[in-house]
Design a binder for this molecule. Structure first.
Ligand SMILES: Nc1ncnc2c1ncn2[C@@H]1O[C@H](COP(=O)(O)OP(=O)(O)OP(=O)(O)O)[C@@H](O)[C@H]1O
Length: 374
């Protein structure tokens, strides 16, 4: 068995490209994943995340570049080297868990060992029990999957992926077919399990909140490339581009213009702030939800009209349009319900605004320096 050293990356992808005929599906993928960490491949449909997972699993071979797992090269296009899935020591958890309904929990979990062959019955039973113990399901070993809750079924799928003691577990959108409520409750459970089992995992999802909840690192993908690879905290604090900030729903992206020594919303009549970082006459900024608040117009708030509002968790998420800056929409959280058409005042806290400098990755220093709202 390949043993990964704790100091070495468990997965390394170097300049990986993948083509279907003339179409380039993955274009220059580079990343490293250290032991015990979870990497989420996050991106919209068609960006190439499933293709990348399949390359790691050995279900596809790269057109260019190389992949290594546990220090061993498993695919290298230049050297024509390719290790099939069964030689890569990986476990997989699929959409809907793919449990056999006619087999018991224990039979489902021991299935990969039977398929592998060469492992005696007693050894299979010991390993199956150990995998079930790790996910806390040994008492349910004789039940059918249909007699378990969704969370318990998920744990059976993980026990099955763990039973052969793989060095990495690959999760292929395991929660994507569940309804939102169930998904939200299961993602927390899954995050706990991944952390407590100290798994090294690659987790494909198109749901940013799922990735933010359970991954140590997130590779945000678009058009066959990784456009930013960072921890959830860094992505929130420093999204590299307005598009990434928008995809992660970190707030509202707006365009500003510089006139008479002040920043204005494009076409807006009320000055937002004097001074501030200035690289050109125009700027794109991210307004995180917390940066926009209600403020009486008489106290200097920007006049705005409520477009829509819906309740989320403990407040109303309200979308407004400043009356003197057509085409711009801002979002804020309001403790009280506001109705479409209501006239309100809003204020934007310059300290919370993140400035993008012509698409160049934002940095902490691009937070607005101390300024007073006008
Ligand atoms: N067998 C194939 N032949 C040609 N193109 C393919 C094939 N399979 C996938 N593609 C294309 O490769 C691109 C990436 O597909 P992939 O399934 O990796 O995306 P994804 O990000 O996982 O999307 P989703 O979330 O919808 O599964 C898509 O444009 C898809 O149409």
């Amino acid at each position: 068995m390949m043993i990964a050293s704790p100091s070495l990356p468990t997965i390394r992808a170097s300049a990986v490209k993948f083509r279907y005929g003339d179409a380039t599906i993955l274009d220059g993928i580079d990343f490293e994943l250290m032991r015990g960490k979870t990497l989420s491949l996050l991106g919209p449909s068609g960006c190439g995340k499933t293709t990348l997972l399949r390359l790691i699993a050995g279900l596809l071979a790269p057109s260019e570049g190389s992949l290594s797992i546990g220090g061993e090269i498993v695919a290298d296009a230049a050297q024509n080297k390719f290790l099939p899935p069964e030689k890569r020591n990986l476990g997989m958890v699929f959409q809907d868990y793919a449990l056999w309904p006619h087999l018991s929990v224990a039979e489902n979990v021991s299935f990969p060992l039977e398929m592998r062959g060469g492992i005696g019955k007693a050894e299979r039973e010991t390993r199956t029990l150990s995998a079930l113990q790790r996910v806390g399901l040994e008492a349910m070993r004789d039940r059918r999957p249909s007699d378990l809750s969704g969370g318990q079924q998920q744990r059976v799928a993980i026990a099955r992926a763990l039973v052969a003691e793989p060095q990495i577990i690959l999760f292929d959108e395991p929660l994507s077919n569940l309804d939102r409520e169930l998904r939200e409750s299961m993602v927390g459970e899954l995050a706990h399990l991944i952390a407590s089992l100290d798994l090294t995992a690659v987790y494909v999802t198109h749901d940013h909140s799922e990735a933010m909840t359970l991954a140590d690192e997130i590779a945000v993908m678009r058009g066959g490339q990784i456009v930013q690879l960072a921890s959830p905290d860094t992505l929130i604090e420093r999204p590299a581009t307005p598009e990434i900030a928008e995809f992660l729903r970190l707030g509202t992206i707006v365009d500003l213009e510089w006139r008479s020594s002040h920043w204005y919303l494009i076409g807006g009549e009320e000055a937002l702030w004097p001074g501030g970082p200035r690289h050109s006459a125009k700027a794109k900024v991210l307004l995180p939800l917390r940066s926009v608040t209600l403020r009486e117009i008489s106290a200097g708030g920007l006049p705005a009209i409520v477009l829509r509002s819906h309740f989320r968790g403990d407040a109303h998420l309200v979308t407004v349009q400043p009356t003197n800056a057509q085409g711009i929409e801002l979002q804020l959280l309001s403790p009280t319900r506001l109705k479409p058409g209501d006239m309100i005042g809003v204020s934007i806290d310059p300290q919370s605004v993140l400035w993008f400098d012509g698409g160049v990755p934002a940095s902490r220093s691009s937070r607005t320096p101390a300024l007073e709202p006008v």
